[in-house]
Structure formats: structure tokens, C-alpha cells
Design a protein around this ligand. Structure first.
Ligand SMILES: Nc1ncnc2c1ncn2[C@@H]1O[C@H](COP(=O)(O)OP(=O)(O)OP(=O)(O)O)[C@@H](O)[C@H]1O
Length: 702
């Protein structure tokens, strides 16, 4: 008997009109204070290219919600008109959303994320079928909502976790996963694959732990102000040559066209600002001075240390938090994933925001009370929202192909997705981007840099192109030029530096993250006595949290011991530098190549003849390390590297211990033999050894 299409359509409407259950979040264990966000955001977001910055916030109000509701309505009507209802929705859509409160196992942001994933499971399936696969026989799950692993597990003490996203599904082989592709038109299939090859992430979710504070922040989001200047404090700095970065276009026919403010002149464009300055391309000898920020200088003259971010110091807490949520957690993350939709949510209240690239404007919806909103009902609203996200992403894909076929999303990188809702396993991952380059280290550059104490740090990759460099001062010596030099006290900061007194470091993409911080490829530039620029490719590791910084300083002391014993096959270390605006310290070192873990995926690049000699070399390096009185304590394929000449290196000494026992050294050597000869690599997510910083005694060595 043919299905009663009218009854089926009514049933689907009823399902979508049902309010979601109330969230009953378990109380967090203990009284741990909630941290507002990742400290890395403060650092990285100061270096966003000006053309990607947030410039204006506009309250779009109820019309935005009406627009999503209408979109859902259009697609439901079309589906009904084309008599696509089969099977009957209630039989095939798991309408498991019960009336009783939803009790996730986890507290904090993880619990909220589980709740949202549960509530929207149904709407993600409905929106996918309505807009992409109406002929499919089932309501397959296509869109996923979950956490994108970046800096380890979701932290239960975090009050805000911005690393959630709406994503396209990934197969185990890292490809777009479409169930029953025969129901998708070949053109659409191709578009979805192209979209996926740019980024699997299509929407940004900023998830907060529910509390009165979180609710008041969501309510007050439209009152967030945009600071006039949030760059790093350095003044009169060298301008780098103009980059060829392209800003991805908005959709020419936006789904949310009615809410965009018409004829509004775009705020002064960052692109113009940048190109004006770009004429003063730096290079060669300069007579002008580069100075750290005035505030820093004042503070430094008074205390010569103890620097904190000057901008944040004068903001009221609520203003500071609003800016953090809107700009750092929301906007910057949407830029990173090139998404147009940002949802701010705490499991009780929610706000949808639209990012308009051309005018660098954020349009905010009214506040949505998740369980109480009836017009439009929450689930129907979500259907419209997801359809809008997909339509916008596909339309922008076509537009960017017209504007520039070469345009790629800046942060394209396969991500390990951690939440069960994304169907993938949690895995701490170290990326291999940029790891197969040629690593020349003109010693002259390192030698000159070793004698300099002031460093300008620029970020130039993905969405980053520092409007102003961050100023750093040396706090540990270069171990190449000064060898086992005496511990120096940190030099005092001068008001101005000439170009030849500065080390310029330009950060490229991340190559890995770990317990000590984030590692990047970088280019180091200094000026020699003839006024010529000399450069070297290096690796920079940045530590943000106090415990990371403690580990980094400990790691430096271990390298100092290794240098004193002339151990080869470990990174050369060019010093530690402290950010004058506080927050970060960085370790400069040589690039040691690609990890054995990354090489395993391409056995051709790791041929058997060389393998035997490399094994011997790794063991010889370990013997030298042991002879220097150091036990590594973290020998894993991720810390064993080969450079492009096949030279072996052992890196990562943050949990190494000085003066270990003989038994400990023997056991470590046996473990390395097992690892190298059995060829069985432990999973890289295998954690580092306990993170307590080692003492000089052999205690606890086992
Ligand atoms: N000198 C280097 N040369 C090449 N790659 C490097 C270098 N230093 C770090 N990396 C890359 O960055 C990753 C992380 O660096 P590292 O292991 O030193 O960080 P960590 O924070 O101490 O990590 P862990 O949690 O393992 O202790 C490495 O696995 C490697 O891929």
C-alpha cells in the first residue's frame, strides 16, 4: 500500500516541533576553578592577518531565526510535494528524544557537547536528506557535531571550549564517507568531495559550561566591543614582503541575504592597511629603531621582568570575557576553519552568528532558549540552520572556483576527531606538515643570532600574518655559539633596537604538539656585518602554561648537559626567549627531519639497507646520551627522527632525567633495541611519562 504522504509529512513536523529534553548536567568533581579558555588563543590571535579580523558586530535579531525556519519549511514542502516520504518518518527516524531530562555521563563542556550531539542527531539527519539526498531510502547521518581534537582531551575545568565543529564524515582512510552514494547526483558527489578536500569542518560551535555567568555572557554578546588595536605591542618594526594570501569569498547568493545590512560601507579594510605598509619591504641595513611597546618599556624599566598583557590589564572582566568569547573563541576559530556559521551555546541558551567576510562583520541572532523556544521550534530551527550551512559551503565552493581555482582553506589538515559523536577515536596526533623539507642551517646565521638578545617573532601561515611582530628577549643562551656557557641573567630590554640587533623569526605551520607546547617550522633571519640578510630554517617550540614552561626550561638544562659532553644526534639549541607581553616562552632549535612515526606510512622512504645503519646510529646516540648522564625517558617513534640525508636524531628531552642509575640506562637501551628491531611502533597517543620535572638525583628513575 502506498504511503500516506500527508500523514508522513505531518508526522515529521510533529517530530520537529517537540522540544528537546532539559539538560541535567552532573556536578563537576571537586571545586576546581573554571578556566575561561586556552592561553594559546591570546597569543595566536594577535597575529591574525588584518583582512581576517572581526571589525563589527550587528544584532540581526529574530529575522535571522525566521530565515532558518523558512528555509526548513521550503525544504520540507518540496520533499512533501515530490512525495519522497518513504519509509514513514517515525519508523526510520529514531525519535529517542524523551521528555525526561538528559543526563550525560560527563560534567562541564563535554557533558554539554554530548547533550547537543544527542539533541541534533535527528535534525542533522533530516537536514542532510532534505537538502542533499532526498532520494535516499533512509535518513542517514551525514553531518556530525563533535569535538575536534587539537590540544588533547576536552578539559573538564574549561568554562569554554571552542574546539567543536559541524563536520563532514570521514572514513577510516581519511576520505569523505557517503553511505549509498548511488542516491547522490554525480555533480553533487563531486562537489561534496571538493568541499571535503578543502576542509571537513563546515560550522563552528563554541560550547560553554552552563552557569549563570555563561548565560549572561550569551545574553550580552551583542554588547561585545571590538578593540581598536590588539596587535602585539612592538612599534616601528620591519614590514615583511607582501604575502600572496587570498581571502575566501562569501557566497554571492547568501542564504541569509535578508539580514545582511544593505549598502553599509565596509569598515576600513585590513588588506589596504597591509599593502600600504608593504612598500617598506625590510632587508639590509636599517637605521630606524624597533621598539617593544611603550607600556612594556615602562614596566620593564621599573621591574625588568614580570610582564603581563597590557591590553587586558585595563579591561573590566565582563568586557574582557565578551571579547574573548566573540573574537577569540568564535570569530578566530571560524576564520581558521573558514566557516560562516558560529553557534555560541551553553546547553540552555544559544545564539547563532553569521560571519560576513567582506565586511568583517558578525551578525547575531536573538537569544534562543533551547527547551522553551516554540516559534520556531528548536529542532526545526536546527534543520534550517544545517541546510543553510551546507548550502552556504557549496555556494562558496563554486564562488572560490570562479575567483581562484587555487584557493585552499588555510588550515586544511586532517584532524583527529575525538568525540564519539564524530565516530572516531581519540588520538593525540602530531602532524607531519612541512616535515620533508631541506634543512640547511647556514652556521653564519646561527652564529650571529647566538650573539643577539632581542627577537621579533612574526607568524605567517594559514590565517596568520602578523600585523605587528611580538618582541622577545633572550632568557637562555645559544648552546651552539656559547657552548656550555655560564647561566646569564636576562638582559635588560632597551627602548629601541637597530635591525642588526634583532633576530627575526618567521613562524610557519605547526609540526607537532605535545606536553611542552606547540612546535613550528620557522625561518630565522639576521643581518651580517656587510648588511646582508642571512637565514636558517629552524624549529620553534612555544610553551604557554606554567607547567609547560617549567618543562621547557628543564629540557634546556638537559641540552646544556648534552652539549657539555659533545653529544651529537640531538637538536642544536639556539636559546630560550621570553615574550615581552607575557604568556609564552620559546625554544629555538635545529630542524631534525621527520619522525619514524611519520615515515612508517611511506616505507619507500625508509629502505631496508639504510635501516640497519640507522638503527646502529640511534643506539650510538642513546649511548652518548647515557654517557653524558642523561636518561631520555620518552623514546618513541615520534621522538626518533631522520633528516633528508638519512641522519638520525633523538629529540624531546622534557621528561629526561639527569644522573640516572645504571640499571635505568640499561633498561632504556633494551627498550630502544626492541623498538628499532621489532619494528612494532607503539601508538603515538601513548602518553609521555609522568610530567613531573625531574630532579638531578637518580631518585624515581625507574
Ligand atoms: N627539532 C625538531 N626537528 C623536527 N621536528 C621536531 C623538532 N622538535 C619537535 N619536532 C616535532 O614536533 C613534535 C613535538 O615536539 P616535542 O616532542 O619536542 O614536543 P613535546 O611537547 O615535548 O612532546 P611530548 O608530549 O612528546 O613530550 C615532534 O614529535 C616532532 O614531530
Amino acid at each position: 500500500m502506498p504511503l500516506d504522504q500527508d500523514a508522513a509529512a505531518r508526522q515529521l513536523e510533529e517530530i520537529l516541533s517537540k522540544p528537546p529534553p532539559v539538560l541535567a548536567l552532573p556536578l563537576p568533581a571537586g571545586e576546581t576553578p573554571l578556566r575561561l579558555g586556552y592561553p594559546t588563543r591570546f597569543f595566536y590571535d594577535k597575529h591574525i592577518d588584518k583582512s581576517f579580523e572581526l571589525r563589527r558586530i550587528v544584532q540581526a535579531g529574530a529575522p535571522m531565526l525566521d530565515q532558518f525556519n523558512d528555509l526548513a519549511g521550503q525544504h520540507l514542502d518540496e520533499f512533501h510535494t515530490n512525495a519522497q516520504h518513504a519509509p514513514i518518518p517515525s519508523s526510520s527516524l529514531r525519535t529517542s528524544l524523551s521528555d525526561s531530562p538528559f543526563k550525560p555521563e560527563d560534567s562541564g563542556v563535554r557533558g554539554v557537547a554530548r547533550y547537543l550531539a544527542e539533541c541534533t542527531n535527528l535534525t542533522r539527519r533530516v537536514s542532510s536528506r532534505l537538502s542533499l539526498f532526498p532520494k535516499a531510502p533512509e535518513w542517514h547521518q551525514f553531518l556530525l557535531l563533535g569535538r575536534v581534537a587539537r590540544e588533547g582531551q576536552a578539559d573538564s575545568v574549561l568554562a569554554v571550549d571552542e574546539i567543536h565543529a559541524l563536520a563532514l564524515p570521514t572514513s577510516a582512510e581519511g576520505k569523505l564517507q557517503i553511505r549509498e552514494p548511488q542516491h547522490v547526483s554525480p555533480d553533487l558527489l563531486l562537489d561534496l568531495q571538493k568541499l571535503y578536500s578543502r576542509s571537513d569542518l563546515v560550522g563552528t560551535w563554541v560550547v560553554m559550561t552552563p552557569s549563570a555567568k555563561a548565560e549572561s555572557l550569551i545574553t550580552a554578546l551583542d554588547r561585545a566591543t571590538i578593540p581598536s588595536n590588539r596587535n602585539a605591542g612592538t612599534r616601528s618594526f620591519p614590514i615583511l614582503p607582501r604575502s600572496t594570501r587570498l581571502v575566501p569569498p562569501d557566497s554571492p547568493d547568501p542564504v541569509w541575504s535578508t539580514i545582511l545590512v544593505p549598502n553599509e560601507p565596509p569598515p576600513s579594510s585590513g588588506r589596504k592597511l597591509r599593502s600600504a605598509g608593504a612598500e617598506a619591504v625590510f632587508g639590509g641595513h636599517s637605521t630606524c629603531g624597533y621598539s617593544p611597546s611603550a607600556i612594556d618599556c615602562l614596566r620593564l624599566r621599573r621591574a625588568d621582568a614580570g610582564i603581563s598583557c597590557p591590553t587586558r590589564a585595563y579591561m573590566s572582566p565582563i568586557v574582557c570575557r565578551l571579547r574573548l568569547i566573540v573574537r577569540n573563541e568564535g570569530w578566530a576559530r571560524a576564520v581558521e576553519t573558514d566557516s560562516s556559521v558560529i553557534v555560541f551555546t551553553c546547553g540552555t541558551l544559544e545564539r547563532i552568528a553569521i560571519r560576513h567576510r567582506e565586511t568583517q562583520t558578525l551578525y547575531l541572532s536573538d537569544v534562543i532558549n533551547i527547551t522553551q523556544i516554540r516559534h520556531p521550534p528548536y529542532l526545526r530551527l536546527q534543520v534550517g540552520l544545517y541546510i543553510a550551512v551546507l548550502k552556504d559551503a557549496l555556494s562558496r565552493l563554486h564562488e572560490s572556483e570562479v575567483v581562484s581555482p587555487e584557493l585552499r582553506r588555510s588550515t586544511r589538515k586532517r584532524r583527529a576527531q575525538e568525540d564519539d559523536a564524530l565516530g572516531n577515536q581519540s588520538k593525540r596526533r602530531k602532524t607531519a606538515a612541512g616535515s620533508s623539507r631541506t634543512f640547511e642551517r647556514p652556521q653564519s646565521a646561527i652564529k650571529i643570532a647566538g650573539g643577539l638578545d632581542f627577537m621579533l617573532l612574526y607568524l605567517r601561515y594559514g590565517m596568520h600574518d602578523s600585523p605587528a611582530p611580538a618582541s622577545f628577549i633572550r632568557s637562555a643562551p645559544c648552546l651552539v655559539s656559547s657552548g656550555d656557557a655560564e647561566e646569564k641573567t636576562r638582559p635588560s630590554v632597551k627602548r629601541k633596537y637597530l635591525r642588526e640587533e634583532c633576530i627575526v623569526v618567521i613562524l610557519g605551520p605547526q609540526i607537532g604538539t605535545g606536553a611542552t607546547g606547540i612546535a613550528h617550522t620557522a625561518s630565522l633571519e639576521v643581518v651580517d656585518v656587510q648588511g646582508r640578510m642571512v637565514t636558517a630554517n629552524i624549529v620553534v617550540k612555544i610553551a604557554f602554561l606554567a607547567e609547560q614552561q617549567q618543562k621547557m626550561r628543564h629540557e634546556f638544562q638537559v641540552y646544556r648537559r648534552l652539549v657539555a659532553h659533545k653529544v651529537k644526534g640531538v637538536p642544536e639549541v639556539y636559546g630560550i626567549f621570553d615574550d615581552l607581553e607575557g604568556g609564552a616562552i620559546i625554544l629555538l632549535m635545529s630542524h631534525c627531519g621527520t619522525t619514524l612515526w611519520d615515515l612508517r606510512v611511506d616505507p619507500m622512504s625508509y629502505d631496508l639497507d639504510t635501516k640497519a645503519s640507522q638503527r646502529t646510529r640511534f643506539l650510538a646516540i642513546l649511548d652518548a646520551i647515557h654517557a653524558a648522564g642523561v636518561r631520555h625517558h620518552d623514546l618513541r617513534p615520534l621522538n626518533l627522527l631522520l633528516d633528508d640525508r638519512g641522519q638520525a636524531h633523538i629529540i624531546d628531552f622534557d621528561v629526561a632525567k639527569l644522573d640516572p642509575t645504571e640499571g635505568g640506562k640499561r633498561r632504556e637501551r633494551r627498550a630502544l633495541v626492541d623498538l628499532l628491531f621489532d619494528g612494532v611502533y607503539p601508538d603515538p597517543s601513548f602518553p609521555s611519562l609522568p610530567s613531573t620535572v625531574a630532579s638531578d638525583s637518580g631518585d624515581g628513575d625507574e
